[in-house]
Design a protein. Structure first.
Length: 422
């Protein structure tokens, strides 16, 4: 499902940046430019405060007959409700965990115990390995793992090949909402439809899409969807949505003392309570942003949607500026969609290579100038191997977020031009 152009009031970038204290840093006398969002975004001050306040005033385990424990119970319930509004589901369908990868391994084991030799799971060459390896691990149980191909010229998912891979033996299709390496947005709703036509479940990795566009699990009709809050302005934790009927029917691996009630039966041991307090704060930041750009919205869910309307508009303008500038740099290749008519099918995350410069060399030289970018494969290992860049250092990844500015993009382009001349 691609992002859509929608009318929205422009983001007040000054207000946005004032929420993120880390953006004020400098490197070698230059303002730091955070283009590393795909590896983890920065967090607003309210998230920092929420974590600190919890540890100062409410630090306790759950289920106790005393004040701090009861306040912890309330806080977790409120955070579950906030994420439910973020994803468009019910609070009892939200599972917290250390990260998306851990949650996906837990779910793959639970699903795997229900499957038999010869059953099939479909994954893709475009995905982060966290939505590939947990499913491939089930090969040891006799399951067959099929991999859907991509179109190399623009790094988009080959939907015809995906459809061919799904058949009556398919029990689950695992696909990313958006590529964390090249930014491609997949037609997830169509993927879900193809899977359901064959009676298969779907597992959506929305980690990379979550900071860039609205998620509506009811509209998608996906069976599971996982994301990580540290990718959308929150603390280092993971979130899993599961349809209520699946969470009730499947049997998690857990300790006996843990409840059998959902969603708690899927949460192993004591959770990271202080970070859960931060999760609620990051969702509230997004809803406050939505109310600033659209004061007439009612309810947190509508405010979140308004925020993403404005975020998309802002990021789209920055992405157009960045891609246009990169295309003018000698020897530079962009991997992924570069046709402006297709920009609704990509996030503002760019993977590039420049002749004569390894990704690590580029990231290092940019880092010395205050630009924070990533080099390597970003765990999208199947993609870097498929495109034959893994042995050559992968990509240089440039990731825009809504707290970035036109001035930062222009400075980055100038820095890259200077590096290429060296």
């Amino acid at each position: 499902m691609a992002l859509k152009e929608q009318e929205a009031v422009e983001i007040d970038v000054s207000w946005v940046r004032a929420q993120f204290p880390s953006l004020a840093q400098t490197v070698n006398g230059q303002p730091a430019v955070f283009l590393d969002g795909p590896g983890g975004t920065q967090v607003p001050q309210r998230v920092i405060n929420a974590i600190s306040d919890y540890l100062e005033h409410d630090n306790a385990n759950t289920g106790g007959a005393y004040a701090t424990s009861r306040r912890t119970d309330v806080m977790i319930a409120e955070a579950r409700g906030a994420i439910a509004d973020f994803l468009g589901c019910n609070a009892d369908e939200i599972v917290f965990g250390p990260n998306m990868t851990s949650l996906t391994f837990a779910m793959s084991r639970a699903i795997g115990r229900e499957l038999k030799t010869g059953d099939e799971i479909v994954v893709t060459h475009l995905d982060h390995d966290a939505n590939v390896s947990p499913w491939k691990a089930l090969e040891e149980r006799g399951l067959v793992i099929r991999m859907a191909e991509i179109h190399e010229e623009d790094c988009t998912l080959d939907m015809d090949d995906l459809a061919r891979q799904i058949n009556g033996h398919t029990k689950l299709v695992a696909v990313g909402y958006a590529s964390n390496a090249v930014g491609t947005i997949n037609d997830v709703k169509k993927v879900v439809q193809l899977a359901h036509q064959q009676g298969a479940m779907t597992y959506i990795d929305a980690v990379h899409y979550a900071p860039h566009g609205p998620i509506d699990v009811r509209s998608l009709d996906c069976d599971f969807l996982a994301c990580s809050t540290y990718k959308f302005f929150g603390p280092h934790m993971g979130v899993l949505y599961g349809k209520r009927e699946h969470l009730k029917q499947l049997q998690p691996y857990k300790v006996r003392a843990n409840t059998n009630s959902i969603p708690n039966c899927w949460e192993w041991g004591t959770l990271n309570h202080e970070c859960i307090a931060g999760i609620k704060a990051c969702v509230e930041y997004l809803s406050d942003l939505g109310r600033r750009v659209s004061p007439s919205v009612s309810g947190r869910r509508q405010a979140i949607l308004a925020a993403f309307d404005a975020i998309h508009k802002h990021e789209r303008a920055l992405m157009e500026l960045l891609i246009g500038g990169l295309q003018q740099i000698r020897g530079l290749k962009i991997y992924g969609i570069t046709d402006p008519k297709q920009f609704d099918r990509r996030c503002p995350t760019l993977a590039v290579r420049i002749n004569g410069h390894t990704p690590l060399q580029l990231a290092t030289k940019l880092g010395e100038r205050g630009f924070f970018t990533w080099d390597g494969n970003y765990y999208a290992l199947n993609l870097t191997e498929r495109l034959d860049v893994e042995k050559a250092g992968g990509f240089l990844r440039i990731g825009l977020a809504h707290y970035n500015t036109r001035e930062e993009v222009e400075r980055l382009l100038a820095a890259l031009r200077e590096i290429v001349k060296d």
